[in-house]
Write a new protein. Sequence first.
Length: 678
Amino acid sequence: MSIRIFVTGGTFDKEYNELTGALAFKDTHLPEMLRLGRSRVDVSVRTLMMIDSLDMTDADRDVIVAQCRQAAERQIVITHGTDTMIETAAALARALPPDAGKTIVLTGAMIPYAFGSSDGLFNLGSALSFVQVLAPGVYVAMNGRHFLWDRVKKIARLGHSRPCDARCQGHKGKEQRTQRGTQRSPQRTNTMMTRVRASARSFVGRLTARFRITVTQLRAAVGRPEGLCPLFFFFVSLTAAAQPVPPAEIERLLSDYVAIDTSNPPGDTRKAADFLASILEREGIPVTRYESAPGKAILYARLKATALPPAGKAVVLLHHMDVVPADRAQWKTNPFAPTMRGGELWARGAMDMKGPGVAELVAFLRLKRERVPLSRDVILLAEPDEEVGGALGARWMIANHYAELDPEYVIDEGGFGSRDLFAPNALVYGISVAEKKLVWLKLRAEGVAGHGSQPTADNPNDRLVRALARLLAGGDPESVALQPTDAGRPVQDRREPSILDVMRAKVGAFAPNKFTNAIQKSTISLTWFRSGVGDPPKINVIPSVAEAGLDCRVLPGTTKDQWIVEVRRRLGDASIQIEVVNESDDPVVTTQDSPLFRSLEAAIKKRHADAIVTPLLIPYGTDSNAFRPKGVKSYGIFPAILSAEAVASMHGDAERVPLDGVVEASEVFFEALRDALK
Ligand SMILES: [Zn+2]
């Protein structure tokens, strides 16, 4: 039989907002605590309420009693605020005497788990142990000890429990208790002071580290330990203006996000949107949801400009919630159970694109938390469907809700920083400003069928192979490329230098690899060849038709028609038919001459003075390509330093992202937005 855990809130599950000093509830930490404690106990966790126990009413207690009575489990642990734990214990004892056969253990914490040094983990472990060995009845477990419910009282001033003795007056649930929302009782004030002291203790370590002073010096400065409290608030207010979100919070966000399976197909993003919505709404940011098709949830949140009128149109922080499917048989880890290894978080979507999405989210939250003055609106947009073309994501929003977006800028995926991918031995950050144009072609040669014993000049295979050899001539497959004279020049203004000119001027010699090859040339991959008669094809029959598929990726500045003329010329056989199977929009190149690009560059260089920041052409497609034709300046950048190997892990069975990269990216985004939107 498993153990039932009921969560009711209390200090145990409180979150401390380091910026406002407020204690508030988010989700329960129970599952995480059980995981951290490597618990092997069979439990089922259910949250009944998330409230401060001083706000708990008789009706709330009735709910707890009813749930304990109905639970099939005979062993029950309840997490509860310590202030009125004894009252709840008394209510339970009245309703469920020992002959009811249930062992119920209440436990709590004096320091929130979120502080990182909580007694909650210890108390939870004790409670789980006690509930397995104690006889039926109602107990309280705190400080490593257990007490029958009517043999304990809380000493609020000291913040621990002790057995009741002869001097004890007025326990058994008759302590002062305030009604919901009424004035504070002396007990509550004491409890708050206990919490404030706990807060101070928890943060003094961080503060002293930040300011390189010792606790002894701090105490000497204020004369007595209690003086730490006002000093604590002083320091918090002093540091609030530049307080990054702690890496542990970012790790938790990313871990929870990648654990939501949004594999596309089917690409159901409703749970991911629920997750993001719950975070934003907790921070007081209203959320709008759209659904482009059943299951294809889109999430939209907007921070309004503080300047009136705004300096211009909005900035959109764009990311896609869907991920490519994962072949669990190939993965060494569970792709939807995030695993930390050597500072990297392994999971499907860690890199593409939930890691960058969390970096954007954290920057967005900081703009709100720190009340950063904004000269424009900032929109967080999370979309489905990118991994299958974006028709029900970015393109659907553009077609159906453009007025709600109408941005001047979009920040999206595309580029990143790397010490080895772009250039050997140089730290280069590429901010993508354009994509190559996709042109998929089918070639078809027709001839006369015949017997394989008598070769003829009308064999379509021979003709197609010879033509392909001419087309692909010039060395190894990686270097197969055509380079018309306008390569990479912006379509809008042919007097401007091309992106490639700018990149070469900034980076110098590129590192030789398939990524840098693909961004310097229009490329052709021969992806299939189809011929023969019958299945399996007969060896002694010359077919009448041979076909081949070409995945062409064309530099900006070359149109489809120009490209086909070039392919036909190189094939050198006018009888071969060329059919366009698919093409993307003509790429538009976003200028790098903008305040946001400069702010991104400055925020990167502030951290890495040696970094080269360059506009980048990317060889793959992103949602940005749907925005650029609308005149939107779209920058694709995950401002983290990634190895070529980590970049290559995208879509593979070892996808991972360095956690410090996500943390740094969130800081770069935040600073770039703060400075660009002054
Ligand atoms: Zn992506």
